[in-house]
Write a protein that binds this ligand. Structure first.
Ligand code: TZD
Ligand code: CA
Length: 526
């Protein structure tokens, strides 16, 4: 009879979950025994970085990914990073080691007391199998729940379970197929099509799910067929549409009143693949202008249920785009040229304006470069300078939790070794996931990190002014030299002074990881 571990490893192998991101402890070692040859273990030095890397990897591959964490302490360290994975709807399967069964009740050291409750508010599904024989099935459930709900799941496994003989039925999970289809019924399709076809001035709002689901190009086709303005949903974490397309109006501001103002004059707003809406700044107002109808199409039933206004259809945005393209069986509206880029703003030497840095990225790097961005005060500079036309070009921490950027960039680069990957990281943000540099060095991940050093938490300064708190302490972060930090982790690094030097350095593509530090002037996010 195979052991529980053997069946679990076989299951993971069959489902393609063979790249494991983790940071182990004693409780996890028995799971890691006898890992078959095809498995790759990517060690992260801190659980925030482990989950950030796994999140980037899973987003870039579109597949569920296994994360292995140590008991309650490791799970706790991972919690902030998991908020981003939840908001990005990333199917991470977190397996945490637990003390042996007899030791959990008396709370021996490293017991994860009531493990599922520790994680449940955050992950979609959390469990600890009731007996060792249930571990293979529970692991399969963790994977399928993550895939079906598109949300991280959490399984706590007592470490004495792995060596137990599996029961006769255990191998039944190996051949399971679990799929999901969410195509609107005939009547739902008819009503939705009618609403879109008869709208006088429709508008499209696209969420990050559009890029995640591989619908970037389909969204362009639909928008051009409709000839209508297109916005990206607020609090954007993936770019769903080319940002210089003539129909693109930018990312919606993350406040109730400005969103409503943007929709003024539109009789229909069709939201595809986004919650309605992830506001940030509390700017109260009416949710929608008078006479504007909003229809949200999302696979995420919870996002449909919790929206404060509008109609919702829980369906795959891809299926809805298909049926609308068939219904709108007319030639595409001519769209005109892509919008040109303004000359970058400049700053007083020796600092560079962030726009000069981004213009250099845009000009010197290939058009299919994937950018993982965690630099908060430079948001408007970024969108003014960039010209992103390909799927999978842009990632940002989905819940706004810092510590995704640097690890996420490592994960994306691990997943797509043939695509140029650049992390654009602030000198504040870098510290939350800095240990990912070590993993990048060990795996020789081809990644460029552009480190923007303005010496401060720039976005918080701006927020301080907005909220009437101009004198808050703890805003500045002087005395950090990321070239030395990076070298300490084994990553080649250099400080670059002028924009010409930056352009030269960027034009040389690396075969391993490198960090480029630039001193930048303080700007505001909007
Ligand atoms: N901690 C975590 C985990 N997430 C956060 N979002 C914050 C703290 C608060 N925070 C922001 O929301 S932006 C920011 C902080 C500390 C400043 C980031 O500084 P930076 O970027 O240097 O990366 P800018 O461009 O200087 O703002
Ligand atoms: Ca900064």
């Amino acid at each position: 009879m195979p052991t529980v571990r053997r069946v679990a490893h076989d299951f993971l192998e069959r489902r393609g979950l063979t790249t494991v991101f983790g940071n182990p402890g004693s409780n996890e070692l028995p799971f890691l025994a006898d890992l078959p040859d095809g498995f790759r273990y990517v060690l992260g030095l801190h659980e925030g970085a482990v989950v950030g890397m796994a999140d980037g990897y899973a987003q870039a591959t579109g597949r569920p990914v296994l994360v292995n964490l140590h008991a309650a302490s490791g799970s706790g360290n991972a919690m902030g990073a998991l908020t981003n994975a939840v908001a990005a709807r990333t199917p991470l399967v977190v397996v945490a080691g637990q003390q042996v069964r007899p030791a959990i009740g008396p709370e021996a050291n490293l017991s994860n007391v009531d493990a599922p409750s520790l994680m449940k508010p955050l992950v979609g599904w959390a469990a600890e199998p009731a007996c060792a024989q249930d571990v293979p099935r529970a692991l399969a459930q963790a994977v399928f729940e993550a895939e079906l709900q598109r949300r991280p799941t959490y399984l706590s496994v007592p470490y004495d379970d792995w060596d137990v003989d599996a029961d006769d039925n255990a191998s039944a999970v190996l051949d399971r197929q679990v799929q999901r289809a969410a195509v609107p019924s005939g009547e739902q399709a008819r009503l939705l099509t009618e609403a879109v076809v008869t709208a006088r001035r429709p508008a499209l709002v696209l969420g990050g799910d559009i890029d995640t689901a591989g619908l970037f190009d389909d969204a362009v086709r639909l928008a051009e067929r409709l000839g209508c303005p297109v916005w990206a949903a607020p609090s954007l974490f993936r770019l769903p549409f080319p940002n210089r397309h003539p129909q693109f109006r930018g990312v919606l501001p993350a406040g109730i009143e400005p969103v409503s103002r943007a929709f003024e004059g539109h009789d229909l707003v069709l939201v595809l693949g986004a919650p309605v809406f992830r506001y940030h700044e509390y700017l109260p107002g009416r949710y929608l202008p008078e006479g504007t109808r909003l229809i949200q199409v999302t696979e995420d039933a919870s996002a449909a249920a919790r929206a404060p206004m509008g109609e919702a259809l829980v369906a795959e945005p891809g299926a809805v785009i298909d049926l609308l393209l068939k219904a709108l069986d007319a030639p595409n509206t001519p769209t005109g040229d892509y919008r040109s880029v303004p000359a970058p703003l400049t700053a007083e030497a020796p600092r560079l304006h962030p726009e000069e840095v981004f213009a250099a990225l845009r000009d010197e790097l290939p058009g299919d470069t994937a950018y993982v961005v965690e630099s908060t005060s430079t948001n408007s500079s970024w969108w003014r300078q960039m010209d992103l036309r390909r799927p999978g070009s842009y990632y940002f921490p989905a819940a706004g939790g810092l510590g995704f950027g640097l690890p996420g960039a490592v994960g994306v680069a691990l997943a797509q070794p043939d695509r140029p990957v650049v992390g654009v990281i602030g000198d504040g943000s870098a510290n939350y996931g800095i240990t990912a540099l070590w993993t990048a060095a060990q795996h020789r991940v081809p990644l460029t990190v552009v480190l923007l050093r303005n010496g401060t938490y720039g976005a918080l300064r701006w927020f301080g002014d907005l909220l009437g708190v101009p004198d808050a302490p703890g805003m500045d972060i002087p005395g950090l030299d990321f070239t030395r930090i990076a070298e300490g982790y084994g990553v080649a690094a250099q400080h670059v002074d002028g924009v010409e030097e930056l352009r030269v350095v960027l034009s040389q593509l690396p075969d391993g990881p490198r960090l480029i530090q630039v001193d930048t002037a303080l700007t505001t996010p909007s």
